[in-house]
Design a binder for this molecule. Structure first.
Ligand code: FES
Length: 291
């Protein structure tokens, strides 16, 4: 399954999850099964409705207005205001308020979860996105084979491809039969094209391995592992040769490497090119530990 497919699946799953959570939060579950206490006024009104009794109500402002209008017209007198005892405080009905404390807390928790999942999903997509758009983990077109050879020569035998975290070197055509015998079939096309694409990471403990232009080898500054120009181990504590990427020449003659498929380096002792150090070493000397 390609990285792009994984990104799309993760995005769809997160959107579906967020929609489910939001719908669950928005829906009031207590609508059909409301529990709680009716206020005293409501209970009294309900009781009156059942018995047909009428609870006397204090005169309203409209009543006073009508009384004043009648008095002015001489048809009636203003009804004197009767002092009444203050009405006892009745706490507001929870149902009238709409959202109980429990509902508020539940919705806060669900909302927080939705935000956390959204943040996590965004981080996952951001992590995977470069792979889907051509960086490390994707197919990388280095350039026309003739240009790549020229660039390797211009850089004294090594071409660094930062977006692929890879070194590209020339593989001698005379060594191809040996290379095909020593390496898995997936690496044969790039060897036949005359190149090797090596992952920059040292198979010992993961340091970035630089080239050594004097010896024409790769020499790791961390613990001194050494590899020839084809990434085959020559010295130091590394357990194998440098890991590498498959590659092909596309129909237009461009070298394309696949950094999404890392092939484990060859075992100690593999030496398909027979390339020895061509000058002084940059780090230590050859054949130190188990070469
Ligand atoms: S990390 Fe390269 S030799 Fe140890």
């Amino acid at each position: 399954m390609s990285t792009y497919t994984i990104v799309v699946i993760v995005a769809i799953a997160l959107v579906a999850l967020a929609a489910i959570l939001l719908l669950g939060t928005a829906r009031r579950r207590d609508r059909d099964l409301a529990v709680g206490q009716l206020s005293r006024e409501t209970q009294k009104r309900d009781a009156d409705a059942r018995t047909g009794a009428k609870t006397p109500q204090p005169p309203s402002g409209r009543d006073y207005e009508n009384a004043v209008a009648l008095a002015r017209s001489g048809k009636a007198e203003i009804e004197p205001v009767v002092a009444k005892a203050p009405v006892a405080y009745v706490p507001p009905d929870a149902e009238t308020l709409g959202v109980t404390r429990r509902q508020f807390l539940n919705r806060s928790i669900v909302g927080f979860m939705v935000m956390s999942l959204s943040g996590f999903g965004a981080a996952v997509i951001a992590y995977l996105w470069p792979s889907a758009s051509g960086g490390f983990g994707a197919q990388i077109t280095i350039g026309a084979a003739t240009d790549v050879r020229a660039r390797i020569k211009a850089n004294n035998g090594f071409l660094y491809v930062p977006e692929g975290r890879a070194w590209v070197t020339e593989y001698p055509t005379t060594a191809v039969p040996k290379g095909q015998a020593a390496y898995p079939a997936v690496l044969h096309p790039i060897l036949q094209a005359g190149f090797t694409a090596l992952w920059q990471t040292c198979p010992h403990l993961g340091c970035r391995v630089p080239e050594c232009k004097t010896s024409q080898w790769f020499e790791c500054p961390c613990h001194g592992s050494q590899y020839n120009r084809n990434g085959e181990k020559k010295g130091g504590p590394a357990p194998r040769g440098m890991d590498r990427f498959p590659g092909i020449l596309d129909p237009k003659g461009n070298l394309v490497i696949n950094t999404g498929q890392i092939i484990q380096g060859p075992p100690i002792g593999t030496n398909t090119t027979g390339q020895e150090a061509e000058g002084p070493h940059c780090i230590g000397s050859a054949g130190g530990h188990g070469a």
